[in-house]
Design a protein. Structure first.
Length: 417
């Protein structure tokens, strides 16, 4: 048996034991095999209902949560509120149709039994929503799209998918560059909270101009506009909600709807949240830099350490920062431009020497000198373009050592006790 299998077995036994103990039934996991098999079967059935199997870490997380809340890990005290109609971006969506209701039901169950990740999301959201909401409003994007961000990254600023999508909005490198974000070995602006949010807003606007339906815009963010457009035409549908499409995108839309429902009232989902459970917004001072020999030295000079600096500025991807050199095509274009200007200048000088008298030579030399000076200045400007400056956030001491007792909830509805 491998170490991983051993840990999984131990976690499963621990879960079984905790279940029965919380149910008030004395039970020894090493005895009464029939009883154990029966309960184990219940767990497997419960896991299958969501089409997922929990690894040992997830099992331990469920057990820890159950112990903290003094309930059985699988005790179903969840009561689905009336959901005949949901609202997204100001548009009402009827859930009377059986397939829509059952797709919604699946995600409701997933949220109910995925306490660890859901709790982390709302904890982080308390810090991030005050930053995200004004940017969405400034760019005329419905506030509900912050829940799409929650689904994409669980509000983890360092999130990175297996396919290379990064940041809160899980943006791919090619897409990032299309929207003007810098991505290289020193800087990755997909991790910049403000810039990545503005890039996402740009995408949402383009998609809405195409579909005129916000939930379809959300679906395209997951599947891509090309696929959604193709399927809408093939299936003769007006919105992505009616599409027969891949499971991930199909679930994606309903996960956003359920995330919104959860944030509106966590208590309905059986969560118990206090002010001290949430992460407060950070306060910063700002510096603007274009180059940096050593970020660690910079951090120490600001009274913080390198780790604090990276947490506040996740876009920093290396210990140093230097300006990128221009691409070869751009450099070639500049060289061609300089050579062309030089040829024209020499041609003018030759004509001037042939046409003017000897006593005008000094004036010709003066003119030539000015031309050369101009060319030299152009070379210097081209080889040293105006450096791009990056905003660096420096967390205050009060934010680094915050007092949980003073934490305020971004939304009072989040507090359930």
């Amino acid at each position: 048996m491998t170490i991983r299998q051993s840990r999984h077995t131990f976690a499963t036994l621990l879960l079984l034991s905790t279940m029965v103990c919380h149910a008030g039934i004395p039970w020894n996991p090493f005895k009464k095999k029939a009883k154990k098999d029966s309960i184990k079967s219940e767990i497997i059935t419960s896991q299958k209902c969501n089409n997922e199997f929990l690894d040992s870490a997830a099992v331990i997380g469920i057990v820890d949560n159950a112990i903290a809340m003094k309930v059985s890990p699988w005790q179903n005290d969840f009561r689905i509120p009336p959901l005949d109609t949901l609202e997204f971006c100001g548009e009402k969506i009827s859930m009377n149709r059986y397939d829509l209701r059952e797709r919604l039901d699946r995600e409701l169950l997933a949220f109910q039994y995925g306490h660890t990740n859901t709790m982390l999301t709302i904890k982080r959201a308390n810090r991030l929503f005050p930053i995200i909401e004004p940017i969405l409003a400034e760019n005329n994007i419905p506030d509900d799209f912050k829940y799409l961000m929650c689904i994409e990254s669980s509000c983890n600023i360092f999130a990175r998918s297996t396919v290379g999508a990064c940041g809160l909005w899980q943006i791919m490198e090619a897409t990032a560059k299309e929207h003007g974000l810098t991505v290289n070995e020193m800087v990755d602006e997909r991790y910049d909270i403000e810039k990545s949010t503005k890039a996402a807003c740009d995408y949402f606007h383009k998609a809405y101009d195409k579909y005129h339906d916000w939930l379809t815009v959300a679906a395209s963010y997951n599947a891509g506009m090309a696929r959604i457009t193709q399927q809408l035409e093939r299936q003769q549908c007006k919105t992505a909600l009616d599409l027969h499409i891949n499971e991930e995108t199909s679930r994606y839309m309903f996960r956003i709807l359920v995330m919104k429902k959860f944030f509106e009232n966590p208590k309905e989902f059986g969560f118990k949240i206090r002010n001290i459970d949430l992460y407060p917004p950070m306060e910063y001072t700002e510096e603007y830099v274009s180059e940096m020999d050593n970020w660690a030295d910079f951090a120490l000079g600001q009274g913080i350490n390198y780790s604090d600096l990276r947490q506040a500025n996740p876009w920093i991807r290396n210990i140093y920062l230097k300006q990128e050199k221009k691409s070869s095509s751009s450099a070639k274009k500049n060289r061609h431009h300089k050579q062309s200007r030089s040829k024209k200048s020499r041609s003018r000088n030759r004509k001037s020497r042939h046409s003017k008298k000897l006593d005008d030579v000094s004036n010709v030399s003066s003119s030539t000198s000015e031309s050369v000076s101009t060319i030299t200045a152009e070379v210097d400007t081209t080889s040293n373009p105006s450096a791009k400056k990056y905003k660096v956030l420096i967390p205050t001491r009060e934010s680094i050592y915050y007092n949980p007792q003073k934490t305020k909830a971004h939304n009072k509805n989040w507090i359930t006790e």
